[in-house]
Design a protein. Structure first.
Ligand SMILES: [Zn+2]
Length: 115
């Protein structure tokens, strides 16, 4: 079971005290659900539990996160228990809602009457 306090962005940010990857902004990582595992350069998302490491220069926190976890509830703007430091700053960094082109939450199938 994951540590509940990591639903808070300020608590996630505190995990980056020994963050070894200078070219990756830990504020962006913390904002988008990631906390530092203190193992190599591995971060973990509180909301989808994806783990990402071996970062390379040019990697973008949000696009890598989406690549490995396209249905992360935080990134997909679904309701979560996230407590952001600034909701506006988070909103500005999340992919736009129109990104959800696959409609992965439409569990209702349209049934056509062919009679
Ligand atoms: Zn995630």
């Amino acid at each position: 079971r994951m540590n509940e306090k990591y639903q808070r962005e300020d608590e996630r940010l505190k995990t980056y005290t020994n963050w070894p990857v200078p070219f990756l902004d830990c504020h962006t990582l913390a904002k988008t659900g990631m906390y530092f595992t203190n193992e190599d350069d591995k971060v973990k998302c509180y909301f989808c539990e994806v783990e990402i490491g071996r970062w390379e220069p040019g990697d973008q926190p949000v696009s890598e996160h989406l690549r490995w976890s396209p249905n992360c509830p935080l990134l997909r703007r679904r309701p979560t228990n996230n407590i952001p430091i600034s909701a506006e700053a988070l909103d500005a960094i999340l992919p736009p809602i129109s990104y959800d082109i696959c409609g992965s939450n439409n569990s209702v199938l349209e049934v056509h009457d062919t009679a």
